[in-house]
Write a protein that binds this ligand. Structure first.
Ligand code: NAD
Ligand code: ZN
Length: 354
């Protein structure tokens, strides 16, 4: 039995970031307990860090998403720091402020504060046993949908895989579209395309159910409006949230499966890796790939080319194996016989084009 989950509390609006403390206190009134703010280091520069108003007992920690996407060791280290500094006393809430990376780290930290071992032990489906510390998302970059999904994507010693569980979904989200305005244009595009691609893949996949589909359709339209017509940041932010609600209850597809290797082996970040792959998939996602190319052109984004130029036969082999690891997504896209359609030869021909 699969129960559909949605974020129970959301606050939306321009300049609502200034209401963060009130929002937290309203939801978790035990003010004598401390809160953990986990904020992307980039906000030292954007000015957002200065606008936080932590109480004297609160902890403000940073995650530097510009260095790399989250690793299990980042999560374990942050959990260790909180435990050390507060002698094992749990916070009332963990607040994650940033893009998909920082939101995922905060999610994972909230889980790891109440579960033993390393976060790498929980990469997979429904492995988390103990109820986590409550958590609130404050997205500052829109597109991953991490503010609404039940996964915290982490790169561990052996795999890049989410902690997928009902315990890794946010309890609340504060959405202030003003926060998106400092994102560099290329980043805005690539993360925005992550949302667009999630929607295309989920709408075309058999895992989609009637409850998830309207969210995906609306989120896709929002991404198209933003990148082809009018840069309305409220719409972009709502689109990401809706895309997250949809993907939380369906599956991605061929693009995410192929982009796994581009990210894990070649080191490209999530949004850009998906864009590189999606551009080569007209055979599977037809009209939407043409739309994607129009968005590239309109936004003057130049995709990297020759990405797979220097790879070794061994690396290619590994990338093919990684693609097949996203079995659920490939079944949703192509059916249980996916290996006969997306053969290793076919995968390597697609990779060659990138
Ligand atoms: P990100 O969080 O990695 O951030 C990308 C860059 O943008 C960083 O340099 C960051 O510092 C900067 N940035 C963020 N907000 C900014 C702002 N307001 N102003 C200026 N710079 C800002 O990017 P992302 O694309 O949002 O997240 C990617 C990660 O999300 C990957 O690890 C991916 O696997 C994960 N992901 C998670 C889910 C999920 O459901 N949990 C879904 C898709 C992707
Ligand atoms: Zn994605």
């Amino acid at each position: 039995m699969k129960i559909t989950r949605f974020i129970p509390s959301a606050l939306f609006g321009q300049k609502r970031f200034d209401d963060l403390n009130e929002f937290v206190d309203g939801l978790y009134p035990h003010k004598e307990q401390y809160s953990v703010y986990l904020i992307d280091s980039v906000h030292q520069k954007t000015g957002l860090r200065e606008r936080l108003q932590p109480g004297p007992q609160d902890l403000v920690l940073e995650f530097n998403a510009s260095l790399h996407e989250p690793k299990t060791e980042d999560v374990d280290a942050l959990r260790g720091e909180i435990v050390r500094r507060k002698g094992g006393v749990l916070p009332r809430v963990v607040i994650g402020i940033g893009g998909g990376s920082t939101m995922d780290v905060a999610k994972a930290v909230s889980v790891m504060l109440t579960n033993p071992g390393s976060s790498a032990d929980y990469q997979g489906w429904d492995l988390v046993k103990n109820k986590p510390v409550p958590k609130i998302a404050v997205p500052t970059l829109s597109g991953t949908g991490a503010e609404a999904t039940r996964t915290a994507v982490l790169t561990g010693p052996v795999k890049k895989l989410g902690i997928n569980s009902d315990f890794s979904i946010y309890d609340a989200v504060l959405m202030d579209p003003e926060l998106l305005k400092t994102v560099p244009a290329d980043q805005e595009f690539y993360t925005g395309m992550d949302n667009f691609i999630h929607c295309v893949e989920s709408i075309n996949g058999s895992a989609m159910n009637p409850l998830g589909k309207p969210f995906a359709l609306q989120a896709k339209a929002a991404a198209e409006n933003f990148f082809l017509k009018e840069k309305n940041y409220s719409e972009l932010m709502v689109g990401s949230f809706l895309g997250g609600c949809s993907i939380a209850n369906s599956s991605v597809g061929i693009c995410h499966a192929l982009s796994y290797g581009i990210a894990f082996i070649l080191g490209y970040r999530h949004g850009i890796a998906n864009s590189i792959v999606f551009n080569q998939l007209p055979e599977y996602y037809g009209e939407d790939v043409l739309k994607f190319r129009r968005m590239l052109e309109k936004n003057k984004v130049k995709l990297p080319s020759g990405v797979t130029g220097g790879i070794t036969a061994e690396q290619l082999d590994r990338m093919i194996q990684l693609t097949y690891m996203l079995e659920r997504d490939l079944i949703s896209a192509l059916g249980p016989d996916f290996k006969r359609i997306l053969t290793p030869e076919k995968i390597s021909r697609l990779y060659e084009k990138m």
